[in-house]
Design a protein. Structure first.
Length: 114
Protein backbone atom coordinates (compact mmCIF):
# COMPACT_ATOMS: atom_id res chain seq x y z
CA UNK A 1 0.00 0.00 0.00
CA UNK A 2 1.63 3.22 -1.13
CA UNK A 3 0.83 6.90 -1.32
CA UNK A 4 3.01 8.98 -3.61
CA UNK A 5 2.98 12.73 -3.01
CA UNK A 6 4.36 15.40 -5.30
CA UNK A 7 4.15 19.09 -6.04
CA UNK A 8 6.11 20.72 -3.25
CA UNK A 9 8.70 23.38 -3.84
CA UNK A 10 9.81 26.92 -3.17
CA UNK A 11 7.34 29.74 -3.69
CA UNK A 12 7.14 33.39 -2.71
CA UNK A 13 4.59 34.57 -0.20
CA UNK A 14 1.28 35.18 -1.92
CA UNK A 15 1.97 32.52 -4.51
CA UNK A 16 0.31 29.18 -5.19
CA UNK A 17 1.22 25.52 -5.30
CA UNK A 18 -0.74 22.36 -6.01
CA UNK A 19 0.08 19.13 -4.22
CA UNK A 20 -0.91 15.76 -5.60
CA UNK A 21 -1.04 12.34 -4.00
CA UNK A 22 -1.81 9.09 -5.79
CA UNK A 23 -2.70 5.82 -4.08
CA UNK A 24 -1.60 2.46 -5.37
CA UNK A 25 -4.51 0.45 -4.00
CA UNK A 26 -8.14 0.59 -5.13
CA UNK A 27 -9.31 0.22 -1.52
CA UNK A 28 -8.43 3.88 -1.04
CA UNK A 29 -11.28 4.93 -3.31
CA UNK A 30 -13.43 4.37 -0.19
CA UNK A 31 -11.06 6.11 2.20
CA UNK A 32 -10.95 9.46 3.91
CA UNK A 33 -7.97 11.14 2.32
CA UNK A 34 -6.20 14.18 3.58
CA UNK A 35 -3.18 16.35 4.00
CA UNK A 36 -1.21 17.01 7.16
CA UNK A 37 1.86 19.14 7.66
CA UNK A 38 4.80 19.30 10.00
CA UNK A 39 6.78 22.48 10.43
CA UNK A 40 10.33 22.38 11.80
CA UNK A 41 10.29 21.65 15.51
CA UNK A 42 6.53 21.19 15.61
CA UNK A 43 4.09 18.32 15.61
CA UNK A 44 2.29 17.07 12.54
CA UNK A 45 -1.12 18.71 12.24
CA UNK A 46 -4.19 18.40 10.09
CA UNK A 47 -4.49 20.63 7.04
CA UNK A 48 -7.56 19.23 5.29
CA UNK A 49 -9.48 16.01 4.74
CA UNK A 50 -12.02 14.82 2.21
CA UNK A 51 -14.32 11.81 2.35
CA UNK A 52 -15.09 9.52 -0.56
CA UNK A 53 -18.36 11.41 -0.92
CA UNK A 54 -16.61 14.78 -1.11
CA UNK A 55 -17.23 16.17 2.37
CA UNK A 56 -14.33 18.39 3.37
CA UNK A 57 -12.77 19.62 6.58
CA UNK A 58 -10.10 22.31 6.93
CA UNK A 59 -7.86 23.65 9.62
CA UNK A 60 -8.86 27.20 10.53
CA UNK A 61 -5.45 28.47 9.46
CA UNK A 62 -6.00 27.47 5.82
CA UNK A 63 -9.73 28.06 5.34
CA UNK A 64 -10.39 30.27 2.34
CA UNK A 65 -6.87 29.75 0.98
CA UNK A 66 -6.53 26.00 0.46
CA UNK A 67 -8.85 23.65 -1.40
CA UNK A 68 -8.77 19.88 -1.13
CA UNK A 69 -10.21 17.71 -3.88
CA UNK A 70 -10.05 14.12 -5.00
CA UNK A 71 -10.47 11.96 -8.06
CA UNK A 72 -11.87 8.58 -7.10
CA UNK A 73 -11.23 7.11 -10.55
CA UNK A 74 -7.53 7.91 -10.23
CA UNK A 75 -7.55 7.33 -6.46
CA UNK A 76 -5.82 10.65 -5.96
CA UNK A 77 -6.13 13.64 -3.67
CA UNK A 78 -5.04 17.18 -4.39
CA UNK A 79 -4.37 20.29 -2.34
CA UNK A 80 -4.56 23.64 -4.10
CA UNK A 81 -2.76 26.18 -1.96
CA UNK A 82 -3.26 29.87 -2.71
CA UNK A 83 -2.16 33.03 -0.93
CA UNK A 84 0.68 31.13 0.68
CA UNK A 85 2.27 32.56 3.80
CA UNK A 86 5.66 31.94 5.39
CA UNK A 87 3.92 30.06 8.17
CA UNK A 88 2.73 27.50 5.62
CA UNK A 89 6.31 26.30 5.29
CA UNK A 90 6.36 22.63 6.26
CA UNK A 91 6.64 19.09 5.05
CA UNK A 92 3.22 18.08 3.75
CA UNK A 93 2.07 14.49 4.09
CA UNK A 94 -0.86 12.85 2.39
CA UNK A 95 -2.87 10.33 4.33
CA UNK A 96 -5.55 7.76 3.58
CA UNK A 97 -7.70 6.04 6.17
CA UNK A 98 -10.00 3.11 5.51
CA UNK A 99 -10.43 0.69 8.37
CA UNK A 100 -8.12 -0.90 9.40
CA UNK A 101 -5.61 0.87 7.19
CA UNK A 102 -3.99 4.21 8.02
CA UNK A 103 -1.41 4.99 5.37
CA UNK A 104 1.01 7.90 4.97
CA UNK A 105 2.89 9.24 1.98
CA UNK A 106 6.54 10.14 2.10
CA UNK A 107 6.07 13.89 2.51
CA UNK A 108 6.78 16.78 0.19
CA UNK A 109 8.48 20.00 1.29
CA UNK A 110 6.77 23.34 0.79
CA UNK A 111 8.89 26.41 1.44
CA UNK A 112 7.32 29.86 1.34
CA UNK A 113 9.75 32.75 1.22
CA UNK A 114 8.74 36.14 2.53
Amino acid sequence: VQLQASGGGLVQAGGSLRLSCAASESVFSRSVMGWYRQAPGKQRVLVATITSGGDTNYADSVKGRFTISRDNTKIAVYLQMNSLKSEDTAVYYCNAKVWPINSWGQGTLVTVSS
